[in-house]
Design a protein around this ligand. Structure first.
Ligand code: UDP
Ligand code: MG
Length: 315
């Protein structure tokens, strides 16, 4: 269990009790990792107090506020179980859904995403942008889910450990996981109103989400062959520019038409230049991509398992 915590002092004790209640009947051995993301209220005191009394609890404290994505990442790095579950620490996710998610995961999935089908958040500022975002994310990344923003998720550890998260990317975890070849599904989960504390996000994150989406899409589709994207853009734009320039050259040379009063000339030059730039950018990106993979021995593929001789290796 991983829980990102940022100024949730009133919520933690209730949450902790609910977690214990939800997990007790399952008999699964587990640890509860709280990541305090630089809270300025009493969250840390409360967490360390709980940690003193319960050895299943791990409490991690950041030096400052690094954001929810970083908090989840720290949790993934510390998790040691076969199954990793993430949920919000603001009581909006219901710990009683955890056994359902894990049971679903055991049916043979690598990631089970929660779907807050009856979401208790303001419509205009939260649900509407999120509906649009969900639609855009699912069409661009080809991972069909209803609710990317839901933190309540269950993973197999191989998947959680291999996610590399930056920026505000926790909402793209399913898309990134699908890039690792994960089998993904979703189930409906309970969602509750926030009772204490306030939401840490507003409408302003929409633009950031769009920018992150571009990065994720690029990484999923082109990170090992950037020249194919930039090169294509470059060839198309340069080609159009070249044809226009050629056309004007013919007109000038054969028919003696003047060039001075033709704005098209500027456009042609601009297109040829951008074309050149795109191709060069693509080449630089190719170099970068090689540095990226080779400097950290990061292969361009992900193996599920290898059968060899009599041994069964699982990765
Ligand atoms: N959170 C965090 N760091 C941040 C912002 C939020 O760890 O910089 C945590 C927060 O404590 C909560 C979860 O992330 O447990 C989700 O935050 P919030 O409830 O504000 O988001 P919402 O549910 O409104 O999308
Ligand atoms: Mg919340």
């Amino acid at each position: 269990m991983i829980l990102p915590v940022y100024n949730e002092e009133e919520n933690i004790p209730i949450l902790y009790r609910e977690l214990c209640e939800a997990l007790a009947p399952t008999k699964w051995s587990h640890e509860i990792i709280f990541v305090d993301d630089g809270s300025s209220d009493r969250s840390w005191e409360i967490l360390s107090d709980i940690q003193q009394r319960d050895e299943r609890v791990v409490a991690i404290r950041f030096r400052r506020n690094f954001g929810q994505t970083a908090a989840l990442s720290a949790g993934f790095d510390h998790a040691s179980g076969d199954v990793v579950v993430t949920l919000d620490a603001d009581l909006q996710n219901d710990p009683r859904d955890i056994p359902l998610l894990v049971t679903k995961l055991k049916e043979g999935y690598d990631l089970v995403n929660g779907w807050r089908f009856d979401r208790k958040d303001p419509f205009l500022s939260r649900r509407l942008p999120s509906m649009i975002a969900n639609w855009i994310i699912s069409t661009t990344t080809n991972v069909k889910l209803h609710d990317y923003g839901c933190t309540l998720k269950a993973f197999r550890r191989e998947i959680a450990a291999n996610l590399r998260l930056y920026g505000e990317m926790h909402r793209f975890i399913p898309a990134i996981a699908s890039g690792l070849g994960a089998a993904i599904t979703e189930i409906r989960v309970n969602h509750r109103e926030r009772r204490f504390g306030k939401s840490k996000y507003g409408i302003s994150r929409t633009i950031r989400v769009v920018l992150d989406l571009i990065t994720v899409k690029f990484f999923l589709s082109y990170s090992t062959r950037p020249i194919q994207m930039f090169g294509l853009l470059g060839v198309v734009s340069g080609g159009i520019g070249f044809v226009m320039a050629l056309w004007m050259t013919i007109q000038r040379q054969l028919y003696g038409m003047g060039l001075a009063n033709r704005p098209l000339l500027l456009l042609a030059i601009l297109l040829m230049f951008t074309g050149l730039q795109f191709v060069s950018l693509g080449l630089i990106a190719e170099l970068q991509s090689r540095t990226y993979h080779e400097s950290q021995n990061k292969p361009i593929y992900v193996i599920r398992k290898t059968l060899q001789g009599n041994h069964l290796k699982r990765e």
